[in-house]
Design a protein around this ligand. Structure first.
Ligand code: ATP
Ligand code: MG
Length: 570
């Protein structure tokens, strides 16, 4: 197994694996590991989430534990049931199973409300009437103590009354909030009486208008983890500075007797952070991905150029390749951009083993075999997949007129050109040797037909006299060719970091040539491709039948990835 960027010592795995191992060795959590993947259902999952999923589910599997799938849905705006459906589908497709462990954080809102009231009763939270601008100003900067809110010393009775009225919808958005009473002088700004509940009067996709106030992420997340009995809460680095607050919430839950107890052992979840995945030529912000969808710059969340799990699936990326990629990038605390080329190479590695080979011509020029009978046809055996001996062979039809790739012919070739040119012989893959004798040209002087002769003794592709033929090219019998739409997908952006230039919108860097459609002239069996089936067009690229636009007998072909890394910045 190849790993890069993995902080490993003594073969104990990456730092999170070591952390869990040590925790278990110390007898924590009754020896059980429970992790969770907690997406907010406000967008589709992307390749960055796939990394988190592989870590969360991977760690649970490694230690014989379980991983929950939780909808982190305590913010009413932009959340939606359709996102919940897509998230479940994507996690399943990636190959992970949450068993009985599916949860909605919004199911805990009643209990969070009671917990908050418990804090108020203990003098650990207060209702603050400062506006957002004001409390941020009072909070100050890390190097100097902040200024306490004038509302900090309200009595528990007054706070309770105000909080209950907040949660009955009596106050306007922004007019009040509930804050934890911690430490206005803490060097950690998140400890300076953070807001834990705010008024939000938008309807929630599951709770409707029941709640006019919602907990903040920093308050809700540890509560959700602890309530589900999570032992290890793994997340991305930006939450590292929030960890003391996470622990503070867990401590307060402990005081109120709200932690899960398993076999007499109290479960205290611990948060640990890893670097998020960022990929070059790709954006990963849900807000920006949504913008691409809403402005019609792509064909929906599952556009095959999108870095979403559903987009990659539709493009033809195998789930195994995505998991392999997540394995290869490893887990560390160092922020770095990963090359898209690495993901593409994982896709190639996988498809090379599994995809059947087919012949198709994308940029055709006609070949006429002058010494082949006009009405005759025959079938040659072609290897299904040289990497998989069990895949066997198929029959490919051959006749007097063929299509070949225009690039495989040069009238006046340089020395190292081993493909077709006048007076030269090439191998037509699986069929025979063919000698070019001349060309026809159209009015503009372009080659329109290539003429030549075949050697009937070379059936199958080998010279009867053992003469050497350097070039082998692919072909499709013109009479049998099936024309199909093929989308030559390419990178969605033309620059490695479309977000680097703050003076320009990221959409300025969209690649205008990322979805060119051409007609592919295919050998007949290609028309039987079922949605999401992938083949390798020999010498060209992998193509996958689109799951939305294909009709029976008429697949629409999506280019998954070329056979070699051939990307050239424009
Ligand atoms: P937002 O931009 O709305 O904050 P998000 O991408 O953080 O969205 P969440 O739904 O909160 O989305 O993410 C769910 C989990 O996936 C979180 O634990 C988060 O840390 C993790 N995650 C999100 N983006 C990445 C990424 N690029 N690499 C690794 N993990 C990620
Ligand atoms: Mg987030």
């Amino acid at each position: 197994m190849e790993t890069t960027d993995n902080t490993t010592t003594e073969g104990r795995g990456h730092f999170i694996e070591q952390f869990i191992t040590d925790d278990l060795a110390a007898g924590a959590n009754d020896g059980k590991v429970v992790t969770r993947f907690p997406p907010e259902p406000n967008g589709y999952l992307h390749i960055g989430h796939a990394k988190a999923i592989c870590i969360d589910f991977g760690m649970a599997a490694k230690f014989g534990g379980e991983c929950h799938l939780r909808m982190d849905d305590t913010n009413p705006s932009k959340e939606d049931e359709s996102y919940v459906r897509s998230i479940k589908e994507d996690v399943k497709w990636l190959g992970f199973d949450w068993g009985e462990g599916f949860f909605y954080a919004s199911d805990l809102l009643d209990r969070m409300y009671e917990f908050a009231k418990g804090l108020i009763a203990r003098g650990q939270a207060y209702v603050c009437d400062l506006s957002q601008d004001e409390w941020k100003k009072y909070r100050g900067i890390p190097t100097e103590p902040g200024t306490p809110s004038p509302y900090r010393d309200r009595t528990p009775e007054e706070n309770l009354d105000l909080f209950e009225r907040m949660c009955r919808g009596e106050f306007d958005e922004g007019s009040r909030c509930l804050r934890a009473k911690i430490d206005m002088a803490s060097p950690n700004i998140h400890f300076r009486d953070p807001v834990i509940y705010r008024i939000k009067k938008e309807p929630h996709y599951r709770c409707g208008t029941k709640w006019p106030a919602y907990p903040t992420y920093d308050f809700a997340h540890p509560f959700e983890d602890a309530s589900e009995g999570i032992t290890h809460s793994l997340c991305t680095l930006e939450f590292e500075v929030h960890r003391p607050l996470y622990d503070w919430v867990i401590d307060r839950m402990d005081e109120q007797g709200l932690l899960v107890v398993r076999n007499g052992v109290t479960i205290r979840p611990k948060q640990r952070e890893f670097a998020r995945l960022s990929l070059d030529y790709t954006i990963m912000s849900k807000r920006k991905l949504l913008q691409l969808v809403q402005e019609g710059l792509v064909d929906g969340w599952d556009d095959p150029r999108m870095p979403t799990v559903s987009g990659l699936r539709r493009r033809g990326y195998p789930a195994e390749a995505i998991r392999d990629f997540c394995e290869r990038i490893g887990v560390s605390k160092y922020k770095s951009a990963t090359e898209l080329a690495l993901l593409e190479s994982c896709v190639r590695d996988r498809l090379n083993k599994t995809a059947l080979r087919r012949m198709a011509v994308l940029n055709p020029v006609k070949v006429v075999i002058d010494n082949y009978p006009e009405d005759a046809e025959e079938f040659f055996d072609a290897v299904e997949n040289p990497e998989d001996p069990d895949a066997g062979t198929r029959k490919v039809p051959f006749s007097r007129e063929l299509w070949i790739e225009r690039d495989d012919f040069m009238e006046d070739p340089p020395k190292k050109f081993f493909r077709l040119s006048p007076g030269r012989e090439v191998r037509l893959r699986y069929a025979c040797l063919f000698l070019c004798t001349g060309v026809e040209k159209d009015a503009d002087g372009n080659v329109s037909v290539i003429h030549g002769t075949w050697d009937p003794g070379s059936r199958g592709g080998n010279a009867p006299d053992g003469r050497k033929v350097k070039g082998t090219i692919h072909w499709v019998s013109a009479r049998h060719a099936v024309p199909l739409d093929a989308r030559l997908y390419d990178r969605l952006f033309t620059v490695p970091d479309p977000e680097a230039d703050e003076t320009r919108p990221f959409t300025d860097f969209l690649n205008p040539d990322s979805a060119k459609t051409v007609t592919a002239l295919c050998e007949p069996s290609v028309k039987d491709l079922r949605p999401l089936e992938t083949v390798q067009f020999e010498r060209l690229a992998y193509f996958c039948a689109d799951s939305r636009d294909s009709a029976p007998g008429r697949p629409v072909l999506n280019r998954v990835v070329t056979l070699k890394d051939s990307w050239q910045p424009k």
